[in-house]
Design a protein around this ligand. Structure first.
Ligand code: AGP
Length: 614
Protein backbone atom coordinates (compact mmCIF):
# COMPACT_ATOMS: atom_id res chain seq x y z
CA UNK A 1 0.00 0.00 0.00
CA UNK A 2 1.18 3.48 -0.86
CA UNK A 3 3.80 3.99 -3.51
CA UNK A 4 7.03 5.90 -3.07
CA UNK A 5 9.22 7.35 -5.79
CA UNK A 6 12.41 9.38 -5.48
CA UNK A 7 14.91 10.79 -7.96
CA UNK A 8 18.30 12.46 -7.69
CA UNK A 9 20.02 13.35 -10.94
CA UNK A 10 20.15 15.62 -13.93
CA UNK A 11 16.92 14.40 -15.58
CA UNK A 12 13.53 16.12 -15.37
CA UNK A 13 12.72 15.31 -11.75
CA UNK A 14 9.02 16.13 -11.85
CA UNK A 15 8.37 14.12 -15.03
CA UNK A 16 10.24 11.10 -13.69
CA UNK A 17 8.37 11.26 -10.39
CA UNK A 18 4.93 11.63 -11.97
CA UNK A 19 5.52 8.80 -14.43
CA UNK A 20 6.74 6.68 -11.53
CA UNK A 21 3.63 7.51 -9.49
CA UNK A 22 1.41 6.39 -12.36
CA UNK A 23 3.24 3.05 -12.38
CA UNK A 24 2.78 2.69 -8.63
CA UNK A 25 -0.82 3.84 -8.58
CA UNK A 26 -1.92 0.22 -8.24
CA UNK A 27 -0.62 0.46 -4.66
CA UNK A 28 -3.07 3.19 -3.63
CA UNK A 29 -4.71 6.23 -5.13
CA UNK A 30 -6.46 8.21 -2.40
CA UNK A 31 -4.14 11.17 -2.82
CA UNK A 32 -0.77 11.98 -4.31
CA UNK A 33 2.02 14.48 -3.86
CA UNK A 34 5.58 15.52 -4.68
CA UNK A 35 8.29 17.35 -2.77
CA UNK A 36 10.92 19.09 -4.89
CA UNK A 37 13.97 20.96 -3.70
CA UNK A 38 13.70 24.09 -5.83
CA UNK A 39 16.52 26.13 -7.29
CA UNK A 40 15.61 28.71 -4.62
CA UNK A 41 16.82 26.25 -1.95
CA UNK A 42 13.31 25.65 -0.59
CA UNK A 43 11.38 22.42 -0.52
CA UNK A 44 8.14 22.87 -2.43
CA UNK A 45 5.40 20.38 -1.70
CA UNK A 46 2.47 19.97 -4.09
CA UNK A 47 -0.17 17.47 -3.04
CA UNK A 48 -3.82 16.83 -3.53
CA UNK A 49 -6.62 14.38 -2.83
CA UNK A 50 -7.45 11.88 -5.57
CA UNK A 51 -5.50 10.16 -8.28
CA UNK A 52 -2.13 11.08 -9.76
CA UNK A 53 -3.92 12.78 -12.68
CA UNK A 54 -5.41 15.25 -10.15
CA UNK A 55 -1.92 16.02 -8.93
CA UNK A 56 -0.76 16.66 -12.49
CA UNK A 57 -3.61 19.10 -13.06
CA UNK A 58 -2.80 20.81 -9.75
CA UNK A 59 0.87 21.17 -10.68
CA UNK A 60 0.21 22.45 -14.20
CA UNK A 61 0.93 26.11 -13.35
CA UNK A 62 3.59 25.53 -10.70
CA UNK A 63 7.32 26.05 -10.87
CA UNK A 64 8.63 22.50 -10.88
CA UNK A 65 12.32 23.15 -11.49
CA UNK A 66 14.40 20.84 -9.35
CA UNK A 67 17.21 18.32 -9.36
CA UNK A 68 15.99 16.13 -6.51
CA UNK A 69 12.54 15.07 -5.35
CA UNK A 70 10.37 12.49 -3.66
CA UNK A 71 6.75 11.57 -4.38
CA UNK A 72 3.94 9.46 -3.02
CA UNK A 73 0.63 7.90 -3.96
CA UNK A 74 -1.42 7.05 -0.87
CA UNK A 75 -3.69 4.34 0.45
CA UNK A 76 -5.04 5.92 3.62
CA UNK A 77 -4.43 4.31 7.01
CA UNK A 78 -4.24 7.15 9.54
CA UNK A 79 -6.53 9.98 8.54
CA UNK A 80 -9.07 10.18 5.72
CA UNK A 81 -7.97 10.88 2.15
CA UNK A 82 -7.57 14.67 1.99
CA UNK A 83 -5.18 17.33 0.74
CA UNK A 84 -3.81 17.76 4.26
CA UNK A 85 -3.27 14.09 4.96
CA UNK A 86 -1.64 13.52 1.56
CA UNK A 87 2.13 12.97 1.54
CA UNK A 88 4.82 14.36 1.50
CA UNK A 89 4.78 15.80 5.01
CA UNK A 90 6.96 18.60 6.30
CA UNK A 91 8.62 18.99 9.64
CA UNK A 92 7.17 22.08 11.27
CA UNK A 93 10.08 24.31 10.24
CA UNK A 94 9.80 23.12 6.64
CA UNK A 95 13.38 21.85 6.77
CA UNK A 96 12.63 18.23 5.94
CA UNK A 97 10.01 16.47 3.84
CA UNK A 98 9.14 12.81 4.09
CA UNK A 99 7.08 10.19 2.25
CA UNK A 100 6.14 6.95 3.98
CA UNK A 101 4.58 3.60 3.20
CA UNK A 102 3.54 1.56 6.24
CA UNK A 103 2.11 2.17 9.69
CA UNK A 104 3.81 3.63 12.73
CA UNK A 105 2.05 1.72 15.50
CA UNK A 106 3.32 3.85 18.41
CA UNK A 107 2.67 7.16 16.63
CA UNK A 108 0.27 8.35 19.34
CA UNK A 109 2.85 8.03 22.12
CA UNK A 110 5.47 9.77 19.97
CA UNK A 111 3.00 12.49 18.98
CA UNK A 112 2.02 13.20 22.61
CA UNK A 113 5.68 13.50 23.59
CA UNK A 114 6.43 15.85 20.66
CA UNK A 115 3.39 17.98 21.50
CA UNK A 116 4.72 18.37 25.00
CA UNK A 117 7.93 19.70 23.43
CA UNK A 118 5.90 22.29 21.56
CA UNK A 119 5.36 20.64 18.16
CA UNK A 120 2.11 21.41 16.37
CA UNK A 121 0.60 18.90 13.96
CA UNK A 122 -1.36 19.74 10.86
CA UNK A 123 -2.49 16.33 9.65
CA UNK A 124 -3.91 13.20 11.24
CA UNK A 125 -1.18 10.99 9.84
CA UNK A 126 1.42 8.87 11.56
CA UNK A 127 3.87 10.06 8.90
CA UNK A 128 3.87 13.66 10.04
CA UNK A 129 4.85 12.37 13.49
CA UNK A 130 7.92 10.76 11.93
CA UNK A 131 8.82 13.98 10.08
CA UNK A 132 8.56 16.02 13.28
CA UNK A 133 10.45 13.40 15.30
CA UNK A 134 13.37 13.33 12.87
CA UNK A 135 13.64 17.12 12.81
CA UNK A 136 13.26 17.37 16.59
CA UNK A 137 16.16 14.92 17.06
CA UNK A 138 18.28 16.69 14.40
CA UNK A 139 17.84 20.05 16.10
CA UNK A 140 18.16 18.80 19.69
CA UNK A 141 21.18 16.60 19.09
CA UNK A 142 22.68 18.91 16.45
CA UNK A 143 23.34 15.90 14.24
CA UNK A 144 23.17 15.08 10.55
CA UNK A 145 19.91 14.09 8.86
CA UNK A 146 21.18 10.52 8.49
CA UNK A 147 21.91 10.26 12.18
CA UNK A 148 18.55 11.83 13.10
CA UNK A 149 16.70 9.36 10.86
CA UNK A 150 18.57 6.47 12.47
CA UNK A 151 17.79 7.67 16.00
CA UNK A 152 14.13 8.29 15.12
CA UNK A 153 13.69 4.87 13.57
CA UNK A 154 15.04 3.25 16.71
CA UNK A 155 12.05 4.71 18.54
CA UNK A 156 9.51 3.59 15.98
CA UNK A 157 7.38 0.45 16.25
CA UNK A 158 5.73 -0.63 13.02
CA UNK A 159 6.35 -0.90 9.33
CA UNK A 160 7.89 1.70 7.10
CA UNK A 161 9.55 2.50 3.84
CA UNK A 162 10.54 6.16 3.88
CA UNK A 163 12.34 8.71 1.78
CA UNK A 164 13.50 11.97 3.36
CA UNK A 165 14.70 15.24 1.81
CA UNK A 166 16.44 18.09 3.61
CA UNK A 167 16.14 21.71 2.45
CA UNK A 168 19.77 22.62 3.03
CA UNK A 169 21.11 19.43 1.57
CA UNK A 170 19.70 19.10 -1.96
CA UNK A 171 22.29 16.52 -2.92
CA UNK A 172 21.02 13.76 -0.66
CA UNK A 173 18.01 11.48 -0.16
CA UNK A 174 17.84 9.30 2.94
CA UNK A 175 15.75 6.14 2.59
CA UNK A 176 15.00 3.31 4.98
CA UNK A 177 12.84 0.22 5.22
CA UNK A 178 11.28 -2.10 7.75
CA UNK A 179 8.63 -4.55 6.49
CA UNK A 180 7.68 -2.33 3.51
CA UNK A 181 9.49 -2.62 0.21
CA UNK A 182 12.00 -0.15 -1.20
CA UNK A 183 14.37 -0.52 -4.12
CA UNK A 184 17.12 1.82 -5.34
CA UNK A 185 17.79 2.11 -9.09
CA UNK A 186 21.38 2.95 -10.01
CA UNK A 187 21.62 4.91 -13.25
CA UNK A 188 24.38 6.76 -15.01
CA UNK A 189 25.08 9.57 -12.55
CA UNK A 190 21.55 9.35 -11.20
CA UNK A 191 19.63 7.42 -8.56
CA UNK A 192 16.02 6.30 -8.38
CA UNK A 193 14.08 5.12 -5.42
CA UNK A 194 10.76 3.31 -5.52
CA UNK A 195 8.43 0.82 -3.84
CA UNK A 196 9.11 -1.52 -6.74
CA UNK A 197 11.30 -1.32 -9.81
CA UNK A 198 8.57 -0.33 -12.29
CA UNK A 199 9.12 3.48 -12.07
CA UNK A 200 12.73 3.25 -13.26
CA UNK A 201 12.93 0.18 -15.46
CA UNK A 202 13.27 2.27 -18.63
CA UNK A 203 16.20 4.23 -17.17
CA UNK A 204 18.25 1.47 -15.57
CA UNK A 205 18.20 -2.27 -14.98
CA UNK A 206 20.65 -2.14 -12.07
CA UNK A 207 19.12 -1.94 -8.65
CA UNK A 208 19.56 -2.70 -4.97
CA UNK A 209 16.70 -4.08 -2.85
CA UNK A 210 16.94 -2.50 0.57
CA UNK A 211 16.65 -5.01 3.43
CA UNK A 212 14.74 -4.65 6.68
CA UNK A 213 16.52 -2.39 9.12
CA UNK A 214 18.71 -0.78 6.45
CA UNK A 215 19.15 2.94 5.79
CA UNK A 216 20.46 4.20 2.47
CA UNK A 217 22.25 7.50 2.00
CA UNK A 218 21.95 8.41 -1.65
CA UNK A 219 24.28 11.27 -2.60
CA UNK A 220 24.75 13.09 -5.86
CA UNK A 221 27.93 12.00 -7.61
CA UNK A 222 27.33 8.24 -7.71
CA UNK A 223 27.62 7.52 -4.02
CA UNK A 224 25.35 5.09 -2.27
CA UNK A 225 26.01 3.98 1.28
CA UNK A 226 23.87 1.49 3.17
CA UNK A 227 24.09 1.06 6.92
CA UNK A 228 21.87 -0.52 9.54
CA UNK A 229 20.24 1.07 12.58
CA UNK A 230 23.48 0.50 14.52
CA UNK A 231 25.49 2.30 11.83
CA UNK A 232 27.20 -0.86 10.61
CA UNK A 233 27.86 -0.65 6.88
CA UNK A 234 26.10 -3.26 4.73
CA UNK A 235 27.25 -4.80 1.48
CA UNK A 236 25.63 -3.41 -1.65
CA UNK A 237 24.10 -6.28 -3.53
CA UNK A 238 23.26 -5.16 -7.08
CA UNK A 239 20.52 -7.05 -8.97
CA UNK A 240 19.91 -6.83 -12.72
CA UNK A 241 16.22 -6.53 -13.59
CA UNK A 242 14.67 -8.83 -16.17
CA UNK A 243 11.49 -6.74 -16.49
CA UNK A 244 10.73 -5.00 -19.79
CA UNK A 245 8.88 -1.75 -20.33
CA UNK A 246 6.25 -3.35 -22.59
CA UNK A 247 5.10 -5.46 -19.62
CA UNK A 248 4.13 -2.25 -17.85
CA UNK A 249 2.02 -0.81 -20.64
CA UNK A 250 -1.53 -1.57 -21.70
CA UNK A 251 -0.45 -2.71 -25.15
CA UNK A 252 -3.59 -1.49 -26.90
CA UNK A 253 -6.05 -2.80 -24.30
CA UNK A 254 -8.34 -0.29 -22.56
CA UNK A 255 -7.42 -1.65 -19.13
CA UNK A 256 -4.58 -3.60 -17.54
CA UNK A 257 -7.12 -6.08 -16.21
CA UNK A 258 -8.31 -6.99 -19.71
CA UNK A 259 -4.75 -7.17 -20.98
CA UNK A 260 -3.83 -9.45 -18.10
CA UNK A 261 -6.83 -11.72 -18.72
CA UNK A 262 -5.87 -12.03 -22.38
CA UNK A 263 -2.21 -12.60 -21.53
CA UNK A 264 -3.01 -15.84 -19.73
CA UNK A 265 -2.14 -18.27 -22.53
CA UNK A 266 1.34 -16.71 -22.58
CA UNK A 267 1.73 -16.32 -18.84
CA UNK A 268 0.74 -19.94 -18.30
CA UNK A 269 3.25 -20.98 -20.96
CA UNK A 270 5.94 -19.02 -19.08
CA UNK A 271 4.86 -20.56 -15.82
CA UNK A 272 5.09 -24.11 -17.18
CA UNK A 273 8.29 -23.61 -19.21
CA UNK A 274 11.12 -25.92 -18.13
CA UNK A 275 8.99 -27.44 -15.39
CA UNK A 276 7.09 -30.08 -17.38
CA UNK A 277 9.60 -32.05 -19.43
CA UNK A 278 9.91 -35.25 -21.46
CA UNK A 279 6.52 -34.66 -23.08
CA UNK A 280 4.72 -34.31 -19.79
CA UNK A 281 6.21 -37.32 -18.03
CA UNK A 282 8.52 -35.51 -15.60
CA UNK A 283 7.94 -32.46 -13.41
CA UNK A 284 10.88 -30.36 -12.26
CA UNK A 285 10.42 -27.85 -9.46
CA UNK A 286 13.86 -26.90 -8.20
CA UNK A 287 12.65 -25.63 -4.84
CA UNK A 288 11.26 -29.10 -4.19
CA UNK A 289 14.07 -31.15 -5.68
CA UNK A 290 16.61 -29.21 -3.61
CA UNK A 291 14.74 -30.00 -0.39
CA UNK A 292 13.47 -33.52 -1.05
CA UNK A 293 13.87 -34.61 2.58
CA UNK A 294 11.47 -31.88 3.75
CA UNK A 295 8.73 -32.96 1.35
CA UNK A 296 9.32 -36.66 1.91
CA UNK A 297 9.19 -36.19 5.67
CA UNK A 298 6.29 -33.72 5.76
CA UNK A 299 3.50 -34.85 8.09
CA UNK A 300 1.28 -31.96 7.13
CA UNK A 301 1.19 -28.96 4.82
CA UNK A 302 -0.11 -25.62 6.06
CA UNK A 303 -0.95 -23.04 3.40
CA UNK A 304 -1.10 -19.36 4.38
CA UNK A 305 -2.26 -16.54 2.09
CA UNK A 306 -4.78 -13.70 1.71
CA UNK A 307 -7.53 -12.84 -0.78
CA UNK A 308 -7.20 -14.35 -4.22
CA UNK A 309 -3.97 -16.07 -3.17
CA UNK A 310 -5.95 -17.75 -0.40
CA UNK A 311 -8.41 -19.04 -3.02
CA UNK A 312 -5.46 -20.47 -4.95
CA UNK A 313 -4.28 -21.95 -1.65
CA UNK A 314 -7.63 -23.65 -1.15
CA UNK A 315 -7.21 -25.23 -4.55
CA UNK A 316 -3.71 -26.20 -3.43
CA UNK A 317 -5.31 -28.16 -0.59
CA UNK A 318 -7.49 -30.17 -2.99
CA UNK A 319 -4.51 -30.75 -5.30
CA UNK A 320 -2.00 -31.75 -2.62
CA UNK A 321 -4.42 -34.01 -0.77
CA UNK A 322 -5.54 -35.69 -3.98
CA UNK A 323 -2.13 -36.23 -5.46
CA UNK A 324 0.18 -36.52 -2.46
CA UNK A 325 -2.11 -37.90 0.27
CA UNK A 326 -0.77 -35.39 2.81
CA UNK A 327 -3.14 -33.63 5.22
CA UNK A 328 -3.38 -29.97 4.26
CA UNK A 329 -4.86 -27.00 6.09
CA UNK A 330 -5.39 -23.58 4.53
CA UNK A 331 -5.35 -20.50 6.72
CA UNK A 332 -6.00 -16.82 6.16
CA UNK A 333 -2.61 -15.38 7.09
CA UNK A 334 -4.32 -12.63 9.10
CA UNK A 335 -6.13 -15.20 11.26
CA UNK A 336 -3.26 -17.65 11.44
CA UNK A 337 -0.85 -15.09 12.88
CA UNK A 338 -3.04 -14.36 15.91
CA UNK A 339 -4.50 -17.84 16.42
CA UNK A 340 -1.66 -19.27 18.49
CA UNK A 341 -1.19 -21.87 15.73
CA UNK A 342 0.12 -25.34 16.43
CA UNK A 343 3.03 -25.79 14.04
CA UNK A 344 5.32 -28.76 14.11
CA UNK A 345 8.88 -28.90 12.81
CA UNK A 346 7.75 -31.62 10.41
CA UNK A 347 5.16 -29.30 8.87
CA UNK A 348 5.83 -27.67 5.55
CA UNK A 349 4.30 -24.20 5.39
CA UNK A 350 3.52 -22.82 1.93
CA UNK A 351 3.05 -19.03 1.75
CA UNK A 352 1.36 -17.73 -1.39
CA UNK A 353 1.45 -14.08 -2.45
CA UNK A 354 1.45 -12.39 -5.84
CA UNK A 355 3.19 -9.26 -4.57
CA UNK A 356 5.41 -11.07 -2.10
CA UNK A 357 4.82 -8.15 0.26
CA UNK A 358 1.49 -8.83 2.01
CA UNK A 359 2.07 -7.92 5.65
CA UNK A 360 -0.09 -10.68 7.17
CA UNK A 361 1.47 -13.36 5.00
CA UNK A 362 4.95 -12.15 5.95
CA UNK A 363 4.01 -12.27 9.62
CA UNK A 364 2.66 -15.82 9.22
CA UNK A 365 6.00 -16.84 7.66
CA UNK A 366 7.90 -15.53 10.67
CA UNK A 367 5.68 -17.51 13.03
CA UNK A 368 6.17 -20.70 11.02
CA UNK A 369 9.94 -20.18 10.91
CA UNK A 370 10.07 -19.61 14.64
CA UNK A 371 8.21 -22.90 15.19
CA UNK A 372 10.87 -24.68 13.14
CA UNK A 373 8.75 -25.50 10.08
CA UNK A 374 10.15 -25.54 6.57
CA UNK A 375 8.68 -22.53 4.77
CA UNK A 376 8.20 -22.50 1.00
CA UNK A 377 7.07 -19.37 -0.89
CA UNK A 378 5.04 -18.97 -4.06
CA UNK A 379 5.30 -15.46 -5.44
CA UNK A 380 5.31 -13.43 -8.62
CA UNK A 381 7.54 -10.48 -7.83
CA UNK A 382 11.19 -11.38 -8.09
CA UNK A 383 13.21 -10.00 -5.19
CA UNK A 384 10.15 -9.22 -3.07
CA UNK A 385 10.13 -9.97 0.66
CA UNK A 386 8.40 -13.36 0.64
CA UNK A 387 10.93 -15.09 -1.64
CA UNK A 388 13.66 -13.59 0.54
CA UNK A 389 12.09 -14.63 3.82
CA UNK A 390 11.32 -18.25 2.85
CA UNK A 391 13.77 -21.18 2.72
CA UNK A 392 12.82 -22.21 -0.81
CA UNK A 393 10.13 -21.41 -3.31
CA UNK A 394 8.84 -21.08 -6.77
CA UNK A 395 8.00 -18.03 -8.87
CA UNK A 396 4.83 -18.06 -10.96
CA UNK A 397 6.54 -16.03 -13.73
CA UNK A 398 3.41 -14.29 -15.04
CA UNK A 399 5.02 -10.85 -15.37
CA UNK A 400 3.94 -7.66 -13.58
CA UNK A 401 0.26 -7.73 -12.62
CA UNK A 402 -0.97 -4.15 -12.47
CA UNK A 403 -4.78 -4.44 -12.41
CA UNK A 404 -5.79 -4.47 -8.75
CA UNK A 405 -8.06 -7.45 -9.41
CA UNK A 406 -5.80 -10.44 -9.67
CA UNK A 407 -6.33 -12.60 -12.76
CA UNK A 408 -3.20 -13.98 -14.39
CA UNK A 409 -1.54 -14.31 -10.98
CA UNK A 410 -4.42 -16.52 -9.80
CA UNK A 411 -4.14 -18.92 -12.74
CA UNK A 412 -0.33 -18.85 -12.38
CA UNK A 413 -0.59 -19.71 -8.68
CA UNK A 414 -2.99 -22.56 -9.39
CA UNK A 415 -0.70 -23.84 -12.13
CA UNK A 416 2.33 -23.77 -9.83
CA UNK A 417 0.37 -25.52 -7.08
CA UNK A 418 -0.60 -28.20 -9.60
CA UNK A 419 3.02 -28.67 -10.62
CA UNK A 420 4.20 -28.72 -7.02
CA UNK A 421 1.60 -31.38 -6.21
CA UNK A 422 2.74 -33.47 -9.16
CA UNK A 423 6.40 -33.04 -8.16
CA UNK A 424 5.72 -34.11 -4.57
CA UNK A 425 3.56 -37.02 -5.77
CA UNK A 426 6.43 -38.08 -8.02
CA UNK A 427 8.77 -37.94 -5.04
CA UNK A 428 6.50 -39.75 -2.60
CA UNK A 429 5.22 -42.23 -5.16
CA UNK A 430 1.57 -41.38 -4.46
CA UNK A 431 0.70 -41.21 -8.17
CA UNK A 432 1.70 -43.75 -10.78
CA UNK A 433 3.92 -42.70 -13.66
CA UNK A 434 0.89 -43.05 -15.97
CA UNK A 435 -1.18 -40.76 -13.79
CA UNK A 436 1.58 -38.13 -13.68
CA UNK A 437 2.01 -38.32 -17.43
CA UNK A 438 -1.71 -37.96 -18.06
CA UNK A 439 -1.89 -34.72 -16.06
CA UNK A 440 1.54 -33.54 -17.31
CA UNK A 441 0.42 -33.87 -20.93
CA UNK A 442 -2.80 -31.97 -20.22
CA UNK A 443 -0.83 -29.21 -18.48
CA UNK A 444 1.08 -28.65 -21.71
CA UNK A 445 -2.24 -28.08 -23.51
CA UNK A 446 -3.57 -25.58 -20.97
CA UNK A 447 -2.34 -22.41 -22.76
CA UNK A 448 -4.13 -23.43 -25.96
CA UNK A 449 -7.30 -24.30 -24.08
CA UNK A 450 -7.29 -21.00 -22.22
CA UNK A 451 -6.95 -19.32 -25.62
CA UNK A 452 -10.14 -21.10 -26.68
CA UNK A 453 -11.95 -19.92 -23.58
CA UNK A 454 -10.90 -16.35 -24.35
CA UNK A 455 -12.76 -16.65 -27.64
CA UNK A 456 -15.93 -16.54 -25.53
CA UNK A 457 -15.20 -12.90 -24.68
CA UNK A 458 -17.73 -11.38 -27.11
CA UNK A 459 -20.45 -13.70 -25.90
CA UNK A 460 -19.64 -12.94 -22.27
CA UNK A 461 -19.70 -9.22 -23.02
CA UNK A 462 -23.23 -9.59 -24.42
CA UNK A 463 -24.33 -11.77 -21.51
CA UNK A 464 -22.94 -9.26 -19.03
CA UNK A 465 -25.63 -6.76 -20.12
CA UNK A 466 -28.30 -9.06 -18.72
CA UNK A 467 -26.62 -9.15 -15.31
CA UNK A 468 -25.27 -5.63 -14.93
CA UNK A 469 -28.08 -4.35 -12.74
CA UNK A 470 -28.37 -7.33 -10.41
CA UNK A 471 -27.71 -6.33 -6.81
CA UNK A 472 -26.60 -9.71 -5.51
CA UNK A 473 -24.98 -12.76 -7.05
CA UNK A 474 -24.51 -16.30 -5.80
CA UNK A 475 -21.59 -18.37 -7.12
CA UNK A 476 -21.74 -22.12 -6.55
CA UNK A 477 -19.28 -24.94 -7.13
CA UNK A 478 -18.27 -28.27 -5.66
CA UNK A 479 -14.85 -29.87 -5.19
CA UNK A 480 -12.30 -28.13 -7.39
CA UNK A 481 -14.98 -25.72 -8.54
CA UNK A 482 -15.76 -24.43 -5.05
CA UNK A 483 -12.63 -22.22 -4.76
CA UNK A 484 -13.38 -21.05 -8.31
CA UNK A 485 -16.82 -19.93 -7.09
CA UNK A 486 -15.19 -17.99 -4.24
CA UNK A 487 -12.75 -16.35 -6.63
CA UNK A 488 -15.49 -15.53 -9.16
CA UNK A 489 -17.52 -13.81 -6.43
CA UNK A 490 -14.50 -11.87 -5.15
CA UNK A 491 -13.69 -10.64 -8.65
CA UNK A 492 -17.21 -9.34 -9.15
CA UNK A 493 -17.32 -7.66 -5.72
CA UNK A 494 -14.03 -5.86 -5.99
CA UNK A 495 -14.47 -4.22 -9.37
CA UNK A 496 -18.24 -3.84 -9.84
CA UNK A 497 -19.21 -3.30 -6.15
CA UNK A 498 -22.04 -5.82 -6.53
CA UNK A 499 -22.48 -8.06 -3.54
CA UNK A 500 -21.57 -11.62 -4.45
CA UNK A 501 -21.17 -14.72 -2.37
CA UNK A 502 -19.28 -17.89 -3.24
CA UNK A 503 -20.62 -21.06 -1.66
CA UNK A 504 -20.11 -24.82 -1.82
CA UNK A 505 -23.08 -25.84 -3.98
CA UNK A 506 -24.35 -28.50 -1.58
CA UNK A 507 -24.20 -26.15 1.40
CA UNK A 508 -26.60 -23.81 -0.37
CA UNK A 509 -29.59 -25.72 0.93
CA UNK A 510 -28.48 -24.99 4.49
CA UNK A 511 -29.23 -21.30 4.16
CA UNK A 512 -28.50 -19.33 0.99
CA UNK A 513 -31.25 -21.17 -0.92
CA UNK A 514 -33.63 -18.79 0.86
CA UNK A 515 -32.19 -15.94 -1.20
CA UNK A 516 -32.83 -17.49 -4.59
CA UNK A 517 -35.20 -15.69 -6.93
CA UNK A 518 -35.28 -14.26 -10.47
CA UNK A 519 -33.54 -11.09 -9.28
CA UNK A 520 -30.40 -12.80 -8.05
CA UNK A 521 -28.28 -14.50 -10.73
CA UNK A 522 -26.73 -17.81 -9.67
CA UNK A 523 -23.46 -18.64 -11.40
CA UNK A 524 -22.79 -22.36 -11.22
CA UNK A 525 -19.41 -23.83 -12.10
CA UNK A 526 -20.24 -27.33 -13.26
CA UNK A 527 -17.59 -28.98 -15.46
CA UNK A 528 -17.74 -32.75 -16.07
CA UNK A 529 -15.96 -34.14 -13.01
CA UNK A 530 -16.61 -36.82 -10.39
CA UNK A 531 -19.21 -34.57 -8.72
CA UNK A 532 -21.06 -33.77 -11.92
CA UNK A 533 -24.23 -35.74 -11.09
CA UNK A 534 -24.32 -34.05 -7.68
CA UNK A 535 -24.10 -30.57 -9.07
CA UNK A 536 -26.79 -31.33 -11.64
CA UNK A 537 -29.11 -31.83 -8.64
CA UNK A 538 -27.99 -28.49 -7.20
CA UNK A 539 -28.70 -26.79 -10.53
CA UNK A 540 -32.19 -28.34 -10.47
CA UNK A 541 -32.74 -27.15 -6.90
CA UNK A 542 -31.94 -23.58 -7.91
CA UNK A 543 -34.13 -23.79 -11.01
CA UNK A 544 -37.04 -25.24 -9.01
CA UNK A 545 -37.01 -22.05 -6.95
CA UNK A 546 -37.11 -19.79 -9.96
CA UNK A 547 -33.40 -18.99 -9.99
CA UNK A 548 -31.72 -17.32 -12.95
CA UNK A 549 -28.77 -19.58 -13.78
CA UNK A 550 -25.56 -18.97 -15.69
CA UNK A 551 -23.62 -22.23 -15.80
CA UNK A 552 -20.02 -22.90 -16.81
CA UNK A 553 -20.08 -26.38 -18.30
CA UNK A 554 -17.88 -28.72 -20.31
CA UNK A 555 -18.20 -28.57 -24.10
CA UNK A 556 -20.99 -30.84 -25.31
CA UNK A 557 -22.90 -30.81 -22.01
CA UNK A 558 -26.59 -31.32 -22.74
CA UNK A 559 -28.01 -31.93 -19.27
CA UNK A 560 -27.22 -28.65 -17.56
CA UNK A 561 -27.62 -26.76 -20.83
CA UNK A 562 -31.29 -27.80 -20.77
CA UNK A 563 -31.87 -26.53 -17.25
CA UNK A 564 -29.75 -23.37 -16.99
CA UNK A 565 -30.82 -20.05 -18.51
CA UNK A 566 -27.39 -19.43 -20.01
CA UNK A 567 -24.34 -21.63 -20.42
CA UNK A 568 -20.72 -21.03 -21.30
CA UNK A 569 -18.90 -24.10 -22.56
CA UNK A 570 -15.23 -24.72 -21.78
CA UNK A 571 -12.94 -27.48 -23.08
CA UNK A 572 -12.75 -30.80 -21.27
CA UNK A 573 -9.72 -31.22 -18.98
CA UNK A 574 -8.62 -33.61 -16.26
CA UNK A 575 -10.55 -32.60 -13.15
CA UNK A 576 -7.56 -31.09 -11.30
CA UNK A 577 -6.97 -28.64 -14.18
CA UNK A 578 -10.54 -27.43 -14.60
CA UNK A 579 -10.15 -24.47 -12.19
CA UNK A 580 -7.71 -22.72 -14.54
CA UNK A 581 -10.14 -23.12 -17.43
CA UNK A 582 -13.36 -22.27 -15.57
CA UNK A 583 -12.01 -19.19 -13.79
CA UNK A 584 -11.30 -17.33 -17.04
CA UNK A 585 -14.95 -16.77 -18.12
CA UNK A 586 -15.69 -15.52 -14.60
CA UNK A 587 -12.87 -12.97 -14.85
CA UNK A 588 -14.34 -11.73 -18.14
CA UNK A 589 -17.87 -11.62 -16.72
CA UNK A 590 -16.74 -9.42 -13.82
CA UNK A 591 -14.74 -7.20 -16.12
CA UNK A 592 -17.63 -6.54 -18.52
CA UNK A 593 -20.18 -6.01 -15.75
CA UNK A 594 -17.88 -3.46 -14.11
CA UNK A 595 -17.32 -1.72 -17.45
CA UNK A 596 -21.10 -1.60 -18.09
CA UNK A 597 -21.45 0.08 -14.71
CA UNK A 598 -18.76 2.60 -15.59
CA UNK A 599 -16.38 1.49 -12.84
CA UNK A 600 -12.62 1.97 -12.82
CA UNK A 601 -11.63 -1.68 -13.04
CA UNK A 602 -7.90 -1.14 -12.69
CA UNK A 603 -8.25 1.03 -9.60
CA UNK A 604 -11.39 -0.02 -7.72
CA UNK A 605 -12.37 2.15 -4.78
CA UNK A 606 -10.75 1.53 -1.40
CA UNK A 607 -8.48 -1.23 -2.69
CA UNK A 608 -4.75 -1.46 -3.21
CA UNK A 609 -2.80 -4.13 -4.97
CA UNK A 610 -0.22 -4.71 -2.34
CA UNK A 611 -1.48 -4.79 1.24
CA UNK A 612 1.58 -4.00 3.31
CA UNK A 613 -0.35 -2.94 6.41
CA UNK A 614 -2.38 -5.05 8.83
C1 AGP B 1 -7.17 -9.92 -5.66
O1 AGP B 1 -8.04 -9.64 -6.70
C2 AGP B 1 -7.22 -9.00 -4.57
N1 AGP B 1 -6.96 -7.69 -5.02
C3 AGP B 1 -6.56 -9.38 -3.25
O2 AGP B 1 -7.45 -10.27 -2.66
C4 AGP B 1 -5.15 -10.02 -3.23
O3 AGP B 1 -5.19 -11.29 -3.78
C5 AGP B 1 -4.67 -10.08 -1.77
O4 AGP B 1 -4.52 -8.78 -1.28
C6 AGP B 1 -3.37 -10.84 -1.60
O5 AGP B 1 -2.31 -10.23 -2.27
P1 AGP B 1 -0.97 -10.98 -2.54
O6 AGP B 1 -1.25 -12.13 -3.42
O7 AGP B 1 -0.08 -9.97 -3.19
O8 AGP B 1 -0.43 -11.43 -1.20
Amino acid sequence: MCGIVGYLGEGNVYDILIKGLHRLEYRGYDSAGVALVGKDGRINIFKTKGKVSNLEAFCADKNLDSSVGIAHTRWATHGEPSDTNAHPHFSEDGNIAIVHNGTIENYKVLKDALEQHGCTFHSETDTEVLAQLIEYIRLTNKCSLLSAVRQALKQVVGAYAIAVLEKDNPDTIIAARQSSPLVIGIGDGEFFLASDATPFVEYTKECVYLKDGEIAEIRRGESLKITNLDNVEAEIDVTTLKMSISQLEKGGYPHFMLKEIFEQPDTLRDCIRGRVVDRGSRIIINGINDHKDKFLGAKRIVIVACGTSWHAGLLGKYLLQDMCRIPVVVEYASEFRYSNPVIDKDDVVIAISQSGETADTLAAIQIAKKAGAFVFGISNVVGSSIPRETYAGCYIHVGPEIGVASTKAFTGQVMVLTLISLAIAQLRGTLTQDEIEQVGKAVLKIPTYVQRVLELADRIERLSLIFTYARNFLYLGRGYSYPVALEGALKLKEISYIHAEGYPAAEMKHGPIALIDQEMPTVIIAPKDHLYEKIVSNVQQVKARGGNILAIVTEGDTVISNIADHVLEVPEMPECLTPIITSVPLQLLSYYIAINKGKDVDMPRNLAKSVTVE
